[in-house]
Design a protein around this ligand. Structure first.
Ligand SMILES: [Zn+2]
Length: 276
């Protein structure tokens, strides 16, 4: 599943590919991708003759800014966008096609079919689902240590599920939570009350470093076909803990373990990340 760095990479790539392109018409092959409005004919009609001004990101959502309209898109497991000439064959599992007036298409492909799209009037998207309860953006200046701690305190669950909770901090998924906890030397099953201020500060820094490094790695990989899932492959060589079960820890040589925390497969070093 794409996490913040992958969605950020898709966002940057789309900004290279579709800005100032005007939609002639839209084809929807799989109506359930379209969550709002609940009528695909209306969805398509609203998008006609609109021009893509900018692509932004909120958490793991892409925000396509058009003239007087905002399209929200969540890639979920395997959603991906590609830009093609309109006479190129349409690949299987392509569910939504934005046909541009310049003879190119923006195509949305999603093998698992879990992705979603919503249309809003500008600004309205922040006031209602799915964005209205989203938490802090970890790579923006609003993500201060004080704001982070404020959101965590009084929570009694383990730290890993808290970091996955998009109402606290957005954009972290299973991979980067494991990476951030490893960098901060915190066991994924610790609770917030067990953590000292110095540990929380380390965790705060680790979240920013982990995500920024991944964004920097992905940001250099602009290409014509963007793939939220596939982009992750390029970061895998940088992962220090995730997916490394039974391999030695890079820091201390101890064998990395895999457990399940809050229903999610979790990797940690039993020596670097001691349970209290
Ligand atoms: Zn270790």
């Amino acid at each position: 599943m794409p996490e913040l760095p992958e969605v950020e990479t898709v966002k940057r790539t789309l900004n290279e590919l579709i800005l100032n392109k005007t939609i002639d018409h839209v084809t929807v092959q799989l109506p359930r991708i379209i969550q709002k409005p609940d009528d695909v004919v209306k969805f398509s009609a609203l998008l006609e003759n609109r021009t893509f001004q900018k692509v932004e990101r909120r958490g793991k959502f892409l925000r396509f800014i058009l003239d007087d309209l905002v399209l929200l898109s969540h890639l979920r497991m395997e959603g991906r966008y590609g830009v093609f000439q309109n006479d190129e064959p349409v690949e299987k599992h392509t569910h939504v096609i934005f046909h541009f007036t310049d003879g190119t298409d923006l195509r949305y492909k999603d093998v698992r079919q879990f992705g979603t799209m919503h249309l809003f009037e500008p600004g309205e998207e922040f006031l209602q689902p799915p964005l209205h309860k989203l938490g802090l953006e970890p790579l923006e200046s609003t993500f201060t240590y004080e704001a982070f701690v404020e959101r965590l305190k009084k929570r009694k669950t383990k730290i890993k599920p808290l970091l996955l909770n998009q109402e606290i901090v957005v954009g972290l998924g299973n991979i980067y939570v494991d990476e951030a906890l490893f960098l901060a030397k915190i066991h994924p099953e610790q609770t917030v009350v067990q953590l000292k201020d110095s540990e929380l500060k380390k965790l705060y820094d680790a979240i920013i470093i982990t995500l920024q490094n991944a964004v920097d790695a992905g940001g250099s990989s602009i290409k014509s076909y963007v793939n939220g899932q596939g982009e992750m492959g390029m970061f895998q060589h940088q992962l220090k803990i995730y997916g490394r079960k039974s391999e030695p820890c890079y820091d201390c040589g101890t064998i990395i373990e895999r457990t399940v925390v809050g229903g999610r497969g979790t990797h940690f070093c039993p020596n670097c990340q001691l349970a209290k």
